[in-house]
Design a protein around this ligand. Structure first.
Ligand SMILES: C[S@@+](CC[C@H](N)C(=O)[O-])C[C@H]1O[C@@H](n2cnc3c(N)ncnc32)[C@H](O)[C@@H]1O
Length: 298
């Protein structure tokens, strides 16, 4: 198969955000070189991302460059950005598999690549099998891990869950492993829906998950006990006004994908929807927030 390899050199602090952008543009995989150096010897991050040729990513280059420059508005300095595009025919996925191994990402959840053999080390460990067609599909990104930790703290059993921006489906599968009931998973990207379906099929316990292509919760009439969304802050801001109607009384919202510079703005925006913040967690420069609909005793 013909691929286009888009290589972006950026700063360490912008790495995760640029990865997020590449995923949203439809990258099928990303290889991160965190040992790269610029000509002057300063440390940089080199992200090699792979796109199917038919996606004609070359037509999106100026948009991608613009989005990277816009990260400055979110308090992230992408440094001196270099962007290169070339055609490749080799099997990048062989390369990818070298970097991706089983990892216990939270107390109870372990992510295991679909091709890797794995023996449980503890009886309370839940294994999630994933085939990372997309980089966020690895389940090991800090924003995904924060969301999974919040799911562990929140799920008691049988909750109806909505997963907004499901990507590889990892959070829906995690919610199932933790005992959730019915799950509705949505993503704006058709490829993500396909990838989520495949990953759900890899995990036989993950039954009762409906997946559909949808923009946020527009046109959705389900009410949920729990809504989880790991998406970029600007997407979270669009989602917030839809939450009060879709959450049951006492229902919870888990927001992840928040860069720490945006934490206070996000808290304010959540409070404006009449939700109450009950937990804020951080991992490096990433923040997750858990909020609920009805005030217990604040
Ligand atoms: C950062 S990834 C998270 C994937 C996965 N939930 C995880 O935690 O690893 C964000 C996902 O949100 C999706 N997304 C972005 N904007 C969206 C929108 N307006 N409606 C639904 N999904 C959206 C993207 O396609 C992408 O799959």
């Amino acid at each position: 198969m013909q691929w286009e390899e888009l290589t972006i050199v950026t700063s360490n602090e912008a790495q995760a955000a640029v990865e997020g952008l590449l995923i949203e543009e439809g990258a099928e995989g990303i290889i991160v070189d965190d040992q790269a150096l610029q000509k002057d010897g300063s440390a940089v991050i080199k992200l090699s991302s792979f796109f199917a040729s038919y996606k004609e990513i070359s037509k999106r280059l100026s948009v991608i460059k613009g989005k990277i420059e816009n990260l400055r508005e979110f308090g992230l300095d992408p440094g001196e950005v270099e962007v290169k595009l070339r055609e490749v025919t080799d099997q990048w996925s062989d390369e990818w598999e070298k970097y991706y191994h089983a990892r216990r990402v939270t107390r109870y959840l372990t992510i295991v690549p679909s091709w890797e053999k794995y023996r449980l080390s503890q009886s309370n460990e839940n294994v999630i099998r994933l085939d990372p067609g997309k980089a966020f599909g690895t389940g090991t990104h800090p924003t995904t891990v924060l969301a999974m930790r919040a799911l562990e703290d929140t799920i008691r059993g049988a909750e109806t869950v909505i997963d907004v921006g499901t990507g590889s489906g990892v959070l829906s599968i995690a919610a199932k492993a933790l005992g959730a009931g019915k799950i509705y998973a949505f993503d704006i990207e058709k490829d993500a829906v396909v990838s989520a379906r495949k990953n759900i099929a890899l995990n036989p316990f993950a039954k009762n998950i409906d997946i559909a292509q949808n923009n946020l919760l527009t046109g959705i009439s389900v009410s949920a006990d729990l809504i989880v969304a790991n998406v970029l802050p600007e997407v979270l801001l669009q989602l917030l006004p839809q939450l009060p109607e879709r959450l049951k009384q006492g229902g919870r919202f888990i927001a992840s994908g928040i860069i720490s510079a945006k934490k206070d703005a996000m808290k304010d925006a959540i409070l404006k929807q009449g939700l109450f913040i009950e937990q804020i967690a951080t991992d490096g420069k990433w923040v997750s927030i858990v909020a609920h609909k009805t005030a217990e005793k604040e």
